[in-house]
Design a protein around this ligand. Structure first.
Ligand code: CUK
Ligand code: CUA
Length: 649
């Protein structure tokens, strides 16, 4: 840093009302003495690089961020929303896991959303979220919806960005886990979910010894109905795949629109059994030099399904593997050693694949692949009859990246950025020359990385977030379990530089997408009496003056309203053993005027945003007097916003 930087810093300091350097002796800012910028730097032990990083990220109170990052919350089952460049944490969106602040999973409406995700009759209260995907229009994020997959239980959720609320969870018994989820096609026609660990389709029993014959993967194409803002399960379908352990996926765009790409890690067909005389999975799955990149013509598959060429398995229309192989829906291209990420360049032409056990990134050419498929120039077939293309004839080249390359993002200026897990760094490389031009260390063991608008046809560059698995020595010590570390990398200068560390103390944030904040236009309040899950006025919405308690054939119905600073009615009398249907409307129409509602001992905890209506159903089984109160400090008389549920013997 030279004089220029210092003068820039001083200009910023002057704007902030600070003196810069000058005659005053360094001090710790004793009473009545204005600290200069150099004083502050000295006192806090900051270098010029630190100060410039601070000025690049510091966002004054009241100023919103330029970008929003939507990150997976790992096995918390939530989504994390972070502002860039400030790295301020803005929200957790509850998705697969009950979340008390949002009352998610406590009222009848959100309980029903969570129940959509039950599998095999079992209630699930967590998820391993990996890949969030923003909805797209013409290959650009449109700011309307967000989807996210649950690896552990093969589920996909739909979040509406009008109110940042989870509206739907879909799942199919066809598969038992996923990983390539969620990925959207360029107009969000489909939300793609590919299985990870192969199992017999439909959840039937078959011993792992029958892995080759009976175990299968599948790619589910969930049809998204944008008008309704929901996945249409009946219009969704799937493609049966060999049990190669499909890994990440990406949808083609522009020239490759209509195609999807999945990679795989187990052409060895290893299934474990290290105590039964077999190699352990880790070595069993790493024998072959090549695995298969799956090239899927989904438009063709869609036509075949529409023409009735499917079998129904576990209620899902499934295009069988033999049909997919024969009809040119599924083609394989060899890919080096247990790859992990597959990422399509903004122009849709190149497919970048990185293998954890290979120091290279392989850049496939879609036009070469397409020409080979069109001319049916196959180099062979796999044991399931799927045509295989020649590796050399399908690639544009390789780039020497470093140790443990995983995932790649793009900046729209001709550069790609690949995470290097083992080297714990980000490599910046030229797409044209396939040469690394810069590297920046990350702390530590980076998994995914996300660039601003990085998965679209027109990435913004500017910022990149490294999502690191380890945070050793980065933050204060908080016991054996450390947070994960998001590191903001500045792409605005010629050299890559980490300018902020943000701890994520929630779960392992595998992946994130970053969208221009002004593309999202959330509502501020709900229309009066709205059921946010049904997106319409609630059946039991209550208006002011119509509050009442009614005894009906099915039980006692409580019609209650909340407005600063009281509930009406504030004393509710029922008889022990009554089934109680509690209907609560927040009458507020002011932004941020949220009320909470808690009843002692019944595990009742609602959050009702302005205009929102929620229902909760329970049995008042034990006689007693149960205090109820508002859990949000909503007004000066918030503590008085309370009452009693009286359960008479
Ligand atoms: S995965 Cu976690 S670092 Cu699920 Cu996309 Cu690669
Ligand atoms: Cu309503 Cu506190």
């Amino acid at each position: 840093m030279g004089t220029r930087t210092i003068s820039v810093l001083c200009a910023s300091a002057a704007a902030a009302g600070l003196a810069c350097g000058g005659g005053k002796s360094p001090s710790t800012g004793g009473a009545g003495q204005a600290a200069t910028l150099t004083d502050l730097m000295k006192t806090r032990g900051l270098s010029e690089a630190d100060v410039s990083a601070a000025l690049k990220t510091y966002t004054p109170s009241g100023k919103p961020d330029e970008y929003l990052l939507f990150g997976s919350g790992g096995h918390s089952g939530h989504v994390v929303v972070v502002g860039l460049p400030s790295m301020r944490l803005l929200k957790y969106i509850a998705v697969f896991t009950p979340e008390p602040w949002q009352g998610y999973g406590f009222d009848d409406q959100t309980k029903a959303v969570l129940a959509q995700g039950n599998r095999k009759g079992k209630e699930l209260t967590w998820a391993d979220t990996h890949h969030p995907a923003l909805s797209e229009t013409n290959g650009d994020y449109d700011g309307q919806f967000l989807f996210i997959g649950d690896k552990a239980n093969a589920r996909v959720a739909v979040i509406d960005l009008a109110d940042f609320t989870t509206k739907q969870i879909v799942t199919t018994d066809l598969i038992n886990s996923d990983h390539g989820a969620a990925f959207v096609t360029p107009n969000t026609e489909y939300v793609i979910e590919t299985s990870q660990y192969a199992t017999p389709l439909g959840g039937e029993f078959a011993d792992p010894r029958e892995y080759k014959e009976k175990y299968r993967g599948a790619a589910v194409f969930w049809k998204f109905d944008r008008e309704k803002g929901r996945i249409d399960k009946d219009a969704s379908w799937a493609i049966e795949l060999p049990p190669y352990v499909q890994d990440l996926s990406d949808a083609g765009k522009l020239v490759s629109d209509g195609y999807a790409f999945f990679n795989s890690i187990n052409t060895e067909l290893s299934w474990g059994g290290n105590a039964e005389g077999n190699p352990p999975m880790e070595s069993g799955m790493s024998q072959n030099d090549m695995d298969y990149l799956h090239v899927v013509n989904w438009k063709k598959a869609e036509e075949l399904v529409k023409a009735g060429k499917f079998d129904t398995i576990a209620g899902m229309k499934v295009l069988r593997l033999t049909t997919a192989a024969q009809e040119g829906v599924l083609t394989f291209v060899p890919e080096p050693k247990s790859p992990h990420g597959v990422d399509i360049t903004p122009d849709g032409e190149d497919i970048v694949v990185s293998g954890k056990l290979d120091t290279h990134g392989t850049v496939y050419s879609f036009s070469k692949i397409k020409a080979l498929i069109d001319q049916k120039q196959y180099a062979g077939k796999d044991p399931y009859g799927v045509p295989i293309l020649d590796y050399k004839a399908s690639i544009r080249g390789q780039v020497e990246l470093g140790l443990g390359p995983l995932h790649t993002q793009f900046d729209g200026n001709g550069f790609a950025y690949t995470s290097l897990f083992l080297e714990t760094a980000v490599a910046k490389w030229s797409l044209k020359d396939l040469k690394v031009v810069d590297k920046v260390p990350t702390h530590y063991n980076i998994g995914h990385l996300a660039a601003a608008e990085g998965d679209t046809v027109s990435p913004d560059g500017k910022y990149l977030v490294a999502m690191n698995k380890w945070a050793l020595d980065r933050f204060n010590k908080v016991g054996p379990l450390l947070p994960q570390n998001f590191q903001l990398v500045d792409l605005n200068e010629p050299k890559l530089r980490v300018i902020y560390d943000m701890p994520i103390p929630l779960g392992e944030p595998h992946y994130a997408q970053i969208i221009k904040a002004d593309k999202i236009k959330p509502i501020e309040i709900y229309p009066p009496g709205e059921d946010p899950i049904a997106n319409e006025t609630a059946e039991h919405a209550v208006t002011g003056g119509k509050e009442r308690v009614e005894r009906k054939a099915d039980g006692v119905h409580v019609y209650m309203t909340a407005i600063r600073s009281h509930f009406t009615p504030d004393v509710v009398r029922v008889k022990a053993g009554d089934k109680v249907f509690w209907h609560l409307t927040n009458l507020e129409q002011a932004y941020d005027a949220t009320h909470g509602f808690a009843i002692h001992a019944f595990n009742i905890n609602l959050s009702i945003e302005p205009g929102e209506h929620a229902d909760v159903t329970f049995v008042a089984d034990k006689p007693g007097v149960y205090p109820m109160y508002c859990t949000e400090f909503c007004s000066a008389l918030h503590l008085e916003m309370a009452g009693y549920l009286v359960v008479e013997p």
